[in-house]
Write a protein that binds this ligand. Structure first.
Ligand code: FMN
Length: 328
């Protein structure tokens, strides 16, 4: 039976390894009170055998927040989905889109699209374990499995297993011969195939992902799809999320860039004192804040150097801000 829980948030920031950690998400949340935020992928092995608290902890304001899992064993995935739900996550997402060699060896990520029945068993087990939406992020195709029929077969099998929510990266990937980075640029985006899936399954939440860079593109995609997921643009030009607050969520009450930067100061101080987090681990996510404005280059340069100096603390943000304000 189709899972009753459908995701209703029209904009999300994609899961990105090494990028969308808790500090990045806190920063994004200051800019966007409404977007759905995703964690980096966490493998079931890391959660079951590693430092679970480190992988699962987050700050309350990060909600609504989805935990992305990487794994292919139904029992392990169910256990980890439950851990996520118990920790208060709002959604559990299964990664069926990552093409990296390392995850392929673990039989996780995009390679799983070739075994839809096994993915269905994983999803069934996860849905049984939790009362929050279980979603799947996938590609439109893998290697020579590159057709509407293939993608539709994958989605249909998971739908029968109860999955009602898909985030589809609108490009195929090559499991051999291309790096993960090349797999985000070389295969061409094909939004039409994702649209055909939405047309074939109007009852499903179909989110589209891949190369979305402007608020106009988001508005256009939302005419066809239930949501738009932004990855690189949201990271490199995070203030686009403020524009989306206005255009998609009708929220005019967004913080200015300067207010966002200043609001990070108490967070940085708190993280430094409570967890010994180096300031650079937080500020590295903030370098794109002034993208497109006079002073952006200076901000990026100061935020990439000052936090690395001995004894650096949250005051680096004020120092960098002064120079941006003087540049405008
Ligand atoms: C640095 C980086 C790390 C990524 N890590 C993940 C990941 O952990 N899980 C995942 O499903 N996708 C991952 N992706 C893919 C993104 O979620 C997204 O599907 C892809 O970047 C396409 O969207 P975009 O064109 O808006 O960037 C990553 C992308 C980047 C750039």
């Amino acid at each position: 039976m189709l899972q009753a829980n459908k995701v209703k948030i029209p904009v999300s920031v994609a899961p990105m390894m090494d990028w969308t950690d808790r500090h990045c998400r806190y920063f994004h949340r200051l800019i966007s009170p409404n977007a759905l935020l995703y964690t980096e992928m966490v493998t079931t092995g890391a959660l079951i055998h590693g430092d679970r608290e480190r992988f699962l902890s987050y700050s309350e304001p990060e909600h609504p927040l989805a935990l992305q899992l990487g794994g292919s064993n139904p029992v392990d995935l169910a256990e980890c989905a439950k851990m996520g739900a118990d920790h208060g996550y709002d959604e559990i997402n299964l990664n069926c889109g990552c093409p990296s060699d390392r995850v392929q060896k673990g039989k996780i990520g995009a390679i799983m699209m070739k075994e839809p029945d096994e993915v269905a068993r994983c999803v069934e087990a996860m849905i049984k374990a939790v009362n929050i939406p279980v979603t799947v992020k996938c590609r439109i195709g893998v290697d020579d499995h590159d057709s509407f029929e293939f993608l539709n077969g994958f989605v249909s099998i998971l739908k029968d297993a109860g999955c009602a929510n898909f985030m589809i990266h609108a490009r195929k990937c090559w499991l051999q011969g291309l790096s993960p980075k090349e797999n985000r640029t070389i295969p061409e985006v094909n939004y039409e195939r994702v649209a055909a899936i939405k047309a074939a399954h109007p009852e499903l939440h179909i989110g589209v992902n891949g190369d979305i860079k402007t608020s106009a593109q988001v508005t256009e995609h939302l005419k066809t799809f239930d949501s738009a997921m932004l990855g690189r643009e949201a990271y490199q030009n995070p203030y686009i999320l403020a524009e989306l607050e206005k255009t998609v969520f009708g929220n005019d009450n967004v913080l200015s860039r300067i207010e966002v930067a200043r609001s990070m100061i108490p967070y940085i101080e708190h993280q430094m004192v409570d967890y010994g987090t180096p300031v650079k681990s937080i500020t590295r996510h903030m370098t794109g804040l002034f993208q497109g404005l006079a002073g952006a280059k200076k901000w990026r340069q100061l935020m990439s150097t000052l936090p690395h100096e001995d004894g650096a603390d949250a005051r680096v943000v004020e120092v960098a801000l002064e120079s941006v304000v003087n540049n405008q």
